[in-house]
Design a protein around this ligand. Structure first.
Ligand code: SAH
Ligand code: SF4
Length: 435
């Protein structure tokens, strides 16, 4: 989501006439889009800012901006810490960058962190890829997971209208994009704040309705979405994903902990049993589906046995990919105030143990691709080998393959290529194109 925000802000700057500088320490305007999900993410920005603040003393024309979630969390305190800053702007203000910069040009030091209705995006994002695009569908989060800073920095849920989303996707298709990923912190909440009940009394404008609404946009070959919340994931959604051909067989469903008491303390609102049922239902309908997840280890009070339950779920479900993290206390979150915090050594040890298991499980899962022919959407040239293209399977596996076939057929980014997989690693595949 931060990448998507960065691309929108870069688009605004380009429309204003800015272009990319040769180096970070040569730019006339520097904007850091920050993350505060864990403390180590937050600390990074302070070291970057220190260097730029020193440069500003000799280059007073430099405009220095902190955007994103650290900006939202710290607000005015950032100005006290780094008086050289021109603008501090929370993630809900990303689309207002131009107006905020006008205030800076008028000589003001600006802090934009008030609750803000996010304007429908009128600018064109400057996207890093020419093939795959992020599309925000719901901003903010109304959940209250006890470890998580997101609701306090990204604000209340706000869904974009299905019409605006479809218009953006049509525009992307017209510019040559082939794949879109719909984004929301809790994407299953999409549409709750929009009006509409069907004659049968069912809520309209759910994520499933949205998928049906956008599915036929011509030129878009693949549709993904993230992040799914196990509390709200529905049977209708699984059916839509298996019925609609462009929907890729990849689900990102964080389970966070494999222990019901820990899940309760996290206020996640589901049990391990419910999580297993979701996985089983997906696999009944789509046996080859890839499932990825997020896990937190060493949540306050987590016992060895509870941690073992997490390992058991990782092993038993057989995830294709797992984002792992040690619990990090965050400002304005309940869990940060609890007295049963675990020592750093336990965090490090559990994280290592989990990562070793994750790698083994991912390697076992990847073994199923050996010898198979997979449809790969070429996204670009392999930076380490210009003779190769790289792309992803429908199940989101990174795949490298020769750009040119022995018969002389040449592939380019944007092509859907049938690739025979002949080499399998833990986190990527390699293969050769087949006719
Ligand atoms: N909205 C998504 C996740 C957003 S944050 C969801 O509900 O799943 C991305 C991931 O960061 C989370 O899934 C969680 O695993 C991790 N995370 C969030 N807060 C954390 C914290 N305080 N310490 C460690 N990891 C955290
Ligand atoms: Fe954070 Fe929970 Fe919202 Fe995800 S659902 S962003 S973990 S509060």
């Amino acid at each position: 989501m931060n990448k998507a925000d960065s691309e929108r802000m870069a688009g605004i700057l380009e429309a204003m006439g800015y272009h990319e500088a040769a180096a970070e320490l040569e730019a006339d305007l520097v904007l850091y889009n920050t993350c505060t999900i864990r403390d180590n993410a937050e600390q990074k920005v302070y070291s970057y800012l220190g260097r730029q603040a020193r440069r500003k003393r000799t280059h007073p024309h430099l405009k220095l901006i902190v955007a994103g979630c650290v900006a939202q969390q710290e607000g005015e305190a950032l100005l006290r810490r780094i008086p050289e800053l021109d603008l501090v702007m929370g993630p809900q203000h990303a689309n207002r960058l131009e107006a905020l910069l006008t205030q800076v040009d008028n000589g003001q030091q600006v802090v934009a962190t008030d609750d803000n209705h996010i304007l429908e995006d009128l600018t064109t994002a400057r996207r890093d890829s020419t093939i795959c695009a992020w599309v925000n569908v719901i901003y903010g989060c109304n959940e209250r997971c006890t470890y998580c800073v997101v609701p306090s920095v990204r604000g209340k849920e706000q869904s974009r209208s299905p019409e605006a989303i479809r218009r953006e996707i049509e525009g992307l298709a017209a510019s040559g994009f082939r794949e879109i990923t719909l984004l929301g912190q809790n994407i299953d909440a999409y549409g709750r704040d929009l009006p509409g009940i069907t004659p049968e009394g069912r809520r309209q404008n759910t994520l499933t309705d949205l998928l049906h609404h956008i599915h036929d946009v011509e030129g878009i070959e693949r549709i993904r979405f993230a992040t799914s919340h196990p509390r709200y994931f529905t049977e209708r959604l699984i059916e839509a994903c298996s019925d609609l051909p462009k929907l890729c067989e990849h689900f990102h469903i964080p389970f966070q902990s494999g222990d019901n008491d820990v899940l309760k303390a996290m206020a996640r609102g589901y049990t391990v049993e419910r999580y297993r049922r979701i996985v089983n239902r997906i696999r009944e309908r789509m046996p080859d589906a890839a499932i990825s997840t997020d896990v937190i280890v060493a949540f306050p009070g987590e016992t060895d046995a509870q941690f073992q339950n997490t390992l058991n779920v990782v092993e038993e479900v057989g995830f294709d990919q797992v984002n792992t993290a040690a619990y990090s206390p965050r400002p304005n979150t309940p869990a940060a105030t609890w007295t049963n915090q675990l020592p750093e050594a336990v965090k490090v040890e559990r994280l290592q143990e989990l990562n070793t298991l994750v790698e083994r499980v991912a390697r076992q899962r990847n073994a199923r691709y050996a010898g198979r022919v997979e449809q790969v959407l070429a996204e670009g040239v392999n930076p380490k080998n210009p003779q190769q293209l790289m792309g992803r399977t429908r199940t989101n596996r990174l795949t490298f393959f020769a750009a040119e076939e022995p018969e002389g057929c040449r592939y380019s980014p944007g092509d859907l290529v049938a690739v025979q997989i002949n080499s399998v690693r833990s986190f990527s595949l390699s293969g050769t194109p087949v006719q």
